[in-house]
Design a protein around this ligand. Structure first.
Ligand code: ADP
Length: 286
């Protein structure tokens, strides 16, 4: 599967421009992390990709056909977990997934539901009513409905919100397994979610693409722009932002991201989080 996004812009009827001239290409197999601050335009992009919104200008092509021409086919191959997701409180987990399987037109629904329940660790809860589930368990039901029927294009909007650290690790591994022969687009502002599993990153801010490429390339672009210094050594200087302050037995150690490191900072290897901060502060990396 190949998805081409060409000069896509989206302005809401309120006049808010949520996306500006976005051009991207997604190809299977890949696990793509979509990173950006709140309000960057991530959900808008995802809604456009599932044809839940119409762009103001530009186009989306799926396997070289305009999205609007193959909308029904795409929907049959699509798993989508939106940020806000309505669950039927009075249904059990199994009944809800059975209902979703019917909507998706899945033929062997029993096998498909059993697989989705197993992959999301919901076996113990399958007979429980949704209203009795915790926030994390409800999120797992949301993920289960998205992976139901083995779709070839999966879109998860903030899928790990409400999950505890162990569950987040399980889901990262699950996303990585799923992505072996599919396109999985994972929107998040949690860097750890994309760090270990994504082969492609898209950084977006204020509706514009700031970076697209491998995580290693983003980290490389931040080389020489990340440093540490002891707060006691700090001089009055501007043009950098302190991203962490750590109290140590020798004083306070500060981590800094800057276009030009201040002379009192010692350069260090950037992490993906540093590189992301650098990219957003720079307004993009070519
Ligand atoms: P993100 O998912 O990155 O947090 P969104 O795509 O939800 O960002 O929002 C991008 C921008 O568009 C924000 O400024 C948001 O307030 C605005 N926005 C989102 N949905 C609507 C809407 N239905 N009407 C008007 N503005 C919207």
């Amino acid at each position: 599967m190949q998805i081409s996004i060409d000069h896509l812009s989206m302005t809401y009827p309120t006049g808010k421009q949520a996306l500006q001239d976005v051009t991207l290409s997604l190809e299977s197999p890949s696990l793509v992390g979509l990173l950006g601050p709140n309000g960057a335009g991530k959900s808008t992009l995802m809604k456009l990709l599932v044809a839940g919104l119409l762009p103001t200008s530009g186009s989306i092509q799926v396997d070289r056909r305009p999205l609007l021409q193959c909308e029904r086919e795409l929907k049959a191959k699509l798993g989508y977990l939106p940020q806000t997701f309505g669950l039927y409180e009075e249904l059990t987990v199994w009944q809800f997934l059975d209902y979703m399987a019917a909507l998706k037109g899945i033929e062997d629904s029993t096998g498909a539901i059993a697989r989705a329940i197993r992959d999301t660790n919901l076996e113990e809860k399958k007979k429980c009513r949704i209203r009795s589930l915790s926030g994390g368990q409800r999120q797992r039901v949301g993920i289960a409905q998205a992976i139901l029927g083995d779709p070839s294009f999966l879109i998860f909007d903030e899928p790990t919100v409400g999950l505890d650290p162990e569950e987040r690790i399980n889901f990262r591994n699950l996303f990585s397994r799923i992505a072996q022969d599919k396109i999985v687009l994972l929107s998040t502002h949690i860097i750890e979610d994309v760090q270990s599993v994504c082969n492609q990153l898209i950084v977006i801010d204020k509706g514009r693409i700031l970076f697209t490429g491998a995580p290693a390339r983003l980290i490389q672009a931040a080389q020489g722009h990340v440093g540490v210094f002891e707060e006691a050594d700090r001089r009055e200087e501007e043009g950098f932002s302190v991203t962490a302050r750590v109290n140590t037995s020798c004083g306070v150690s500060c981590r800094v991201v800057a276009v030009q490191l201040p002379p009192f900072a010692q350069p260090v290897e950037p992490t993906l989080e540093d590189a992301y901060m650098y990219c957003v502060a720079q307004g993009g990396i070519r």
